[in-house]
Design a protein around this ligand. Structure first.
Ligand SMILES: Nc1ncnc2c1ncn2[C@@H]1O[C@H](COP(=O)(O)OP(=O)(O)OP(=O)(O)O)[C@@H](O)[C@H]1O
Ligand SMILES: O=C(O)C1=C[C@@H](O)[C@@H](O)[C@H](O)C1
Ligand SMILES: [Mg+2]
Length: 188
């Protein structure tokens, strides 16, 4: 089986899309793209500034344009923003020539992993856990629907997640084939 043209990572804030995406790209010999970072570079401003000045809607417009542009880049691993699934027009752009991986992560882990970072405007308020919970209720079905692979990340180091993903995306090893026969499902 050959490698997919693109691997697209989706999931909530703190799922590890940026962290795991960079490591996975290195393993596959692919280029790493992070849509949040490229939007910031193009705009010459960080995401909190974009939300402040243009509102969330302004950011979402930039995000759709970026996903469209990046959808033709092959041999890439793309880390998306947590809200990329919120616009239905983005779904075809995410699926294009790609294997979509949902990095599924519990609310507790999302809270823990986003606690110290001030670069996520939706979480700069009195109740970031409540926000993460509400977003997850809406978005989890969308991530799940889009996903070709659902990778659970709780209690796994980024290294382990990457190893399991490489096995899953490029299943050449007998050990992996035995695991799939045993589990027979889309969840890892
Ligand atoms: N499997 C993991 N175990 C423990 N910590 C992790 C894991 N994956 C990521 N992290 C840590 O969680 C934090 C958030 O990860 P990261 O920025 O990659 O998330 P993200 O999914 O890209 O979030 P966003 O949607 O906001 O861009 C980082 O500090 C990272 O080191
Ligand atoms: O979950 C979200 O809606 C977001 C996640 C981040 O990756 C950024 O795209 C931005 O902070 C919005
Ligand atoms: Mg990220």
């Amino acid at each position: 089986m050959s490698l997919p043209k693109r691997v697209v990572l989706v999931g909530p804030m703190g799922a590890g899309k940026s962290t795991i995406g960079r490591m996975l790209a290195r393993e596959l010999g692919y280029k790493f793209l992070d849509s949040d970072r490229i939007i910031e570079e193009r705009c010459g401003a960080n995401i909190p500034w974009i939300f402040d000045v243009e509102g969330e809607e302004g950011f979402r417009q930039r995000e759709t344009a970026m996903l469209d542009e990046l959808s033709t880049e092959h041999e890439t691993v793309l880390a998306t923003g947590g809200g990329a699934v919120m616009r239905s027009e983005n779904h075809a752009l995410l699926k294009k020539h790609s294997v979509v991986v949902y990095l599924r992560t519990s609310i507790d882990q999302q809270v823990e992993r986003t606690r110290k970072d001030r670069n996520r405007p939706l979480l700069q308020n009195d109740d970031p856990e409540g926000v993460l919970r509400r977003l997850f209720a809406v978005r989890d079905p969308l991530y799940t629907e889009l996903a070709d692979i659902i990778m659970h990340t709780d209690r796994k180091s980024p290294r382990l997640v990457v190893r399991q993903l490489v096995n899953r995306i490029n299943p050449k090893t007998p050990r992996h084939q035995r695991q799939v026969r045993k589990e027979g499902r889309n969840h890892v």
